[in-house]
Every structure is written in structure tokens, then in C-alpha cells.
Write a protein that binds this ligand. Structure first.
Ligand code: F6P
Length: 547
């Protein structure tokens, strides 16, 4: 048993969960007309209605006590202060410095990093202006209107998904194409339609060692040279974003074309750095800065709001409640806004690569659940796909619904229908439909009693399924920045409670290492096979299909 699961707060939460499981949210709403108001709070353009959760005053107090016992506030201070909290990689965690508009210094190894952060922001700003104005041209004098952004994981998801979400803010003069997968069809499909003379390749890799990104960039170079460009022209058409300046220059990137980032910025927390360059190229620097300022506003809120009004704390504690006391294995994100269709995938890496861990502290194997599976899709599509399971399945799937209250250039009928589905779903999940209500619906339809009872049983909706509803005045850059920071800090609070290191990712190393060993056998088809029988068999089949 660990200190966490034997703590008084944990024991109290276990008891409270047993009590809550005998009650129904339907009755709580009926008994307290002010429940919705009581459990709704708003900040940074985001309104959170968390009243449709399996909580009451006592539960919230016990969750807040758990956070206090786990020293979440002290750990939060340590992060913002630049302490070495990523203890396995001996690094600070300071993505917050990238959007620090306080005017205060941020020290790493006693050195204020803000001057170099701001210098990089200026480099991004002038680069974006030079591309958008047409001042920066390709080797034949054409403006660079097609951007090919190559990267994967945090070097892809942030740029692509933030840009997709902010479509109403796109700069008309450029189009950004994303390439991530090493599957050759991805880069082939992107490059095949482009004119190399007006194409700029932005290669993003914090480590500059990621196989997919290196291979895709090599293929892009080969495409450029084959299309008529020369080695001397590369500098006009290829730039890099990396913390590994040495590897980037050895790869052939001109030093002046390298945008730096730092080891105290984790990949899944890096969109605020020059990794976000494709975002700035897509929406313009002013909008990109608004994104950073939105995140900064959430940072301020997270550091100053009392726990009961603190949005990251509330979301985090609700997640702990369901993960650890209701055996919820996953959490679903349901943005009711087509442009946010990628948001679940963004939070998937942010949350699962941060808290998908099993070791607490320096070496303790946890005896409790940690990071949940994060999934989801845009609403209303999910209603016609997986909502059945959430309504009537045997597992609890807490849900975050999201909706901008106002949207640009849209027929109000469509938006009202979208909103009605969003609200209707949260209502159905909460109140369900009883057996008696189903029977009453079926009465008078000529069904025999046994058939009627059977059908009513199948149609019964248990309800009592928890959901949060996040409303945005509008999904603009500032709000999106605040929303992403909200989820970053939710992940931080949960990691602090579970005692895991949310900022390393050792779990991805073995697959890469073994993959490279297999690659060697695929490239050298005569090489002896010395893996397990299954892997050997798979390699043999591939060799046979690709002689
Ligand atoms: O999946 C492992 C990982 O290191 C992620 O954390 C990171 O975002 C991605 O690979 C890409 O890494 P890099 O930016 O170094 O190419």
C-alpha cells in the first residue's frame, strides 16, 4: 500500500464514493434549484458548468483536502519557479516562460531566460512578416506561399490542431500543409501538388533525432533538388526548429534558419515556442501572440485563484474522483465545433504521454490508477458512433462537452441545432430515462406485457453519467490559448496528486530502439533473424512481399 491510498483523505473519498453510488443526480437537481449556479464558474472566456457531476459539497471538500495533502500548490510554485521537477531528466519545466507577459525574470541555472525567449519571439515575428509580405522569396524570386510543416508528436499536433481550430483567423496569402507519418504516402500526397519554387519547408524536431521527421525532410530535400533546386538554394527554402543546433547544422540547415527551443520545454508543451511557427505563419503573428496571452491569463488564474474557483484544479480533481473512485478508465472530449475536431487528439498526447506512468516519486510502483485513456471526436458525429456506450454501456466515461456560443459566418439554424445536441446529450447522460418512463412510452402500442417489459428494459437509460460543459464566448486565439493551458494545468495537478513525473516519456524509447533493429533486418534482407518467432515471421513475410 502507498502513502496515497492509505491517507485519511483517500479513505474518506472511498467512503463518500460508496454513498454517492446509492444516489442519483436527478434527485440532486430536483432538490437544489441552485445546483447549476453553485457548480458553474467562468474565467478567461471559458465558462465551466460542472454541475452534472457526481459531486456534492462534502466530496469537493475531500478532493480539495487530497490536493492539499499532496502539496499541489507547493509543486505548482516549484514548476513556475523553474525548479528541476522533471527529476528523471534533471530538467526544469518552463513552457509557462514562453508566454510570460508578467515582465518578471524566469531563472534557469541562475540565468534569466526571458531575453532569449523574447529574442526568439522577435525572430518569429519578423520571419512571419517577411513571408507574408513576400519580401522573403524563393530562389527564382517567387513568394513563398506554400508551407510544408514536417514534424510529429508535439512538433506536429500543436501547430496543426491550433491552426485548424483557428480557421476563421487564417492569413489568406499562405497555405500550410502538415506531414508527420513516415508512411511515404503522406509526404508524397503533400508534395505532389506543389511548386518547389514557392514552397518553404519548416522542419520541427526538438531532439533532431526523430526518424520520421528526418526521413520526411530528406525526402522533401530530394524532391526540391529533383524539381530543379540546387544545394545552394536549400537555405532559401528549408528552415528548422530545434534545441539540437549542432545536429541541425550538420544536417545542412543554415544557422540563421534555425529557430531555437530549450530543453526545459517538453515536446507536448512546445507549441508556445518556435515549434508554433507554422501557427504564426497560418494566422499571423498578432493572433499567435493572442494565443500566448490567453495561455498566460490561465497561468495567472491557476496560480492565484482559490482551489474552489480554480478551473484546472476543478477539472483535475473531478478526473481523480472518477479514475480512482469510480474505476473510469477513460475520459472523452466532445468539442461541438467542427474546427475543434482535432482537439481530442491534442489532449491525447498532452495527457497520456504525461500521466501514462506507473512509478511515483523516485521508485514506488503505484497501487492506484493514474492517467486515463483520452479520446473523443467532434459533436454531433460521436452521437452516431460511440455515444451508445457512454449512455448504456457498463463502463463509466466522464465527458467534457465544449461549445462556442457564437460562431462566424454560420447559419444560425445550424448553430442552434449543434447547441441543442450538445445540451441535450449532457441532459440525457445526467437524467437518463427510467424503466417506468420507458414502459409509459410503450403503453398503447399493442405490445404483450412480456414484450413490453423486455423492450422497456432495453430502452432504460441509467443516467447518472457525469459531464462537464465548457462554453466559450467565441473560439478566438486568446480563448484557445487559455483552454490549452487549462488542460496543461489539469494534467499537472493530476500528476502531482498521483506522484508521477508528468514530464518525461521513457515509455516511447523501447519501441523506437527495437524498431530500428527491425529496420536493419528489413534493409539487409540476408541478415540472420534473431528475434522472437513472431517478429521473425513478420519480417520474413515483409521480405517476401518486398524482394
Ligand atoms: O513521442 C516521443 C516524442 O519525443 C514526443 O514527446 C515529441 O513530441 C515527439 O516524440 C517528437 O519529438 P521531436 O520534437 O524531438 O522530434
Amino acid at each position: 500500500m502507498t502513502a496515497l491510498t492509505t491517507s485519511p483523505a483517500w479513505q474518506q473519498l472511498s467512503e463518500l464514493a460508496q454513498q454517492v453510488k446509492t444516489q442519483h443526480m436527478r434527485d440532486w437537481f430536483a432538490g437544489d434549484p441552485k445546483r447549476a449556479e453553485k457548480y458553474t464558474t467562468a474565467v478567461c472566456g471559458i465558462e465551466l458548468d460542472y454541475s452534472k457531476n457526481l459531486i456534492n459539497t462534502e466530496v469537493l471538500a475531500a478532493l480539495q483536502q487530497l490536493a492539499k495533502d499532496c502539496q499541489v500548490e507547493q509543486k505548482r510554485h516549484a514548476m513556475f519557479a523553474g525548479e528541476i521537477i522533471n527529476h528523471t531528466e534533471k530538467r526544469a519545466v518552463l513552457h509557462t516562460a514562453l508566454r510570460n507577459y508578467s515582465g518578471k525574470a524566469v531563472l534557469v541555472d541562475g540565468q534569466d531566460v526571458m531575453p532569449e525567449v523574447q529574442a526568439c519571439q522577435q525572430k518569429i515575428k519578423s520571419f512571419v512578416a517577411s513571408v507574408h509580405s513576400g519580401e522573403r522569396k524563393g530562389y527564382t524570386g517567387k513568394a513563398l506561399t506554400q508551407i510544408v510543416a514536417i514534424g510529429i508528436g508535439g512538433s506536429f499536433l500543436g501547430p496543426k490542431i491550433m491552426s485548424e481550430t483557428l480557421k476563421p483567423y487564417w492569413f489568406a496569402g499562405v497555405k500550410v500543409h502538415y506531414v508527420a507519418n513516415v508512411d511515404g504516402s503522406h509526404i508524397h500526397d503533400v508534395l505532389s501538388g506543389l511548386d518547389h519554387e514557392e514552397t518553404l519547408v519548416v522542419m520541427s524536431s526538438k531532439s533532431f533525432t526523430t526518424q520520421e521527421t528526418l526521413q520526411n525532410t530528406l525526402s522533401a530535400k530530394a524532391w526540391f533538388l529533383k524539381a530543379g533546386g540546387s544545394q545552394a538554394d536549400i537555405a532559401k527554402h528549408f528552415i528548422a526548429v530545434s534545441s539540437n543546433i549542432k545536429a541541425a547544422t550538420e544536417f545542412g540547415m543554415a544557422e540563421d534558419n534555425i529557430f531555437p527551443l530549450w530543453d526545459w520545454v517538453g515536446g507536448r508543451y512546445s507549441l508556445w515556442s518556435a515549434i508554433g511557427l507554422p501557427i504564426a505563419l497560418t494566422i499571423g503573428y498578432a493572433n499567435y501572440e493572442a494565443l500566448l496571452q490567453g495561455a498566460y491569463s490561465m497561468d495567472e488564474h491557476f496560480q492565484t485563484a482559490p482551489v474552489e474557483q480554480n478551473l484546472p484544479m476543478i477539472l483535475a480533481l473531478l478526473g481523480v474522483w472518477y479514475t480512482n473512485f469510480f474505476d473510469a478508465q477513460s475520459h472523452v472530449l466532445l468539442p461541438y465545433y467542427h474546427y475543434m475536431r482535432g482537439f481530442p487528439a491534442y489532449v491525447q498526447q498532452l495527457d497520456m504521454e504525461s500521466n501514462g506512468k506507473r512509478i511515483a516519486g523516485s521508485h514506488t510502483v503505484v497501487d492506484y490508477a493514474t492517467g486515463p485513456t483520452i479520446w473523443g471526436s467532434e459533436g454531433t458525429n460521436g452521437q452516431h458512433s460511440f455515444h451508445q456506450l457512454i449512455h448504456q454501456g457498463t463502463v463509466l466515461v466522464p465527458a467534457d462537452f465544449m461549445l462556442p456560443l457564437s460562431v462566424e459566418n454560420q447559419d444560425n439554424t445550424h448553430h442552434a441545432m449543434l447547441a441543442s445536441n450538445c445540451f441535450g446529450q449532457t441532459q440525457a447522460l445526467m437524467q437518463g430515462k427510467t424503466f417506468e418512463e420507458c414502459k409509459a412510452d410503450l403503453a398503447g402500442k399493442g405490445l404483450a406485457e412480456s414484450a413490453l417489459n423486455s423492450l422497456a428494459t432495453h430502452k432504460t437509460m441509467p443516467g447518472n453519467k457525469p459531464s462537464n460543459t465548457l462554453l466559450f464566448d467565441k473560439m478566438d486565439p486568446h480563448t484557445l490559448g487559455a483552454l490549452v493551458a487549462l488542460y496543461e494545468h489539469k494534467v499537472f495537478v493530476q500528476g502531482a496528486i498521483w506522484g508521477v513525473n508528468s514530464f518525461d516519456q521513457w515509455g516511447v524509447e523501447l519501441g523506437k530502439e527495437l524498431g530500428n533493429q527491425v529496420l536493419d533486418k528489413l534493409v539487409n534482407s540476408d541478415a540472420a533473424l534473431n528475434f522472437d518467432a513472431s517478429t521473425n515471421q513478420l519480417i520474413s513475410k515483409f521480405r517476401k512481399a518486398n524482394p
